[in-house]
Design a protein around this ligand. Structure first.
Ligand SMILES: [Mg+2]
Length: 230
């Protein structure tokens, strides 16, 4: 059971930053939009089977690849496939797929009550972030999208440095948590941010004793409140 008072030991920390996909929300919605919604719309337009359309759409995604900024831009893809639907229509179609992980709201509530500033730091485009986090939006003072706001395809150490600059805090005053080893763990640590790597599958694989060795690897956000670094 979480209660106020548990997060007090974070000395010098002012800001808690969170990744979005795979960290606060499950990847289901995003996958549905890209891998079902767009191929389905393309199949209808071209009179193809879903499988044929999927093959084609997927091969076009792969040609661009995640290292180019277009990859993240849904309007680019709707234009490219000549689909006459606004992304909002696709989003609404799959809105029931949005799943905020169980412990998220209680953890955010405790951190917020403790007086920390909460922010989002994501690679995803702003429209994807905003649509998925509606029920928990009130907790966050800022939403930073590496792609939409800074034109970067990944959360580099430069990305995190700019976030600190904008918030006017030292990296040492920030704790970031996310589920990507490089973009959420190694990169923020390079500039002195305290980072936690979230591995939600870990609980199933690792025994409790082994877990204690890695204090910066967590399987659940509530562990952020368990044993903060002093
Ligand atoms: Mg993620």
């Amino acid at each position: 059971m979480l209660r106020a008072g548990q997060a007090q030991a974070w000395e010098g920390v002012k800001v808690f930053s969170f990744d979005v996909d795979g960290t606060l929300v499950s990847p289901g919605f995003v996958d549905c939009v890209w891998l079902q919604g767009i191929p389905k719309a393309y199949a209808e337009k071209e009179g193809l089977s879903f499988e044929q359309a999927f093959e084609y759409v997927k091969s076009e995604y792969d040609k661009i690849g995640e290292h180019q900024i277009e990859w993240y831009n849904i309007d680019y893809w709707l234009r490219k496939f000549d689909l006459d639907i606004p992304y909002e229509t696709l989003f609404k179609k799959y809105k029931d797929e949005i799943m905020i992980y169980e412990e998220v709201e209680s953890v955010l509530t405790v951190l917020k009550e403790e007086g920390y500033e909460l922010i989002l730091s994501s690679n995803a485009a702003t429209e994807f972030i905003e649509f998925q986090i509606k029920p928990i939006k009130r907790f966050f003072s800022h939403v930073f999208s590496a792609t939409s706001d800074f034109g970067e395809v990944k959360k580099t150490n430069g990305f995190f440095a700019r976030v600190c600059e904008i918030l006017d805090v030292k990296p040492q005053a920030v704790v970031h948590t996310g589920d990507h080893w490089v973009f959420d763990f190694l990169n923020p640590r390079k500039i002195g941010i305290t980072a936690y790597y979230l591995d939600r599958a870990r609980r199933r694989n690792v025994k409790d004793e082994e877990k204690k060795d890695d204090e910066f690897i967590i399987s659940d956000l509530s562990e952020l409140l368990d044993d903060p670094v002093r």
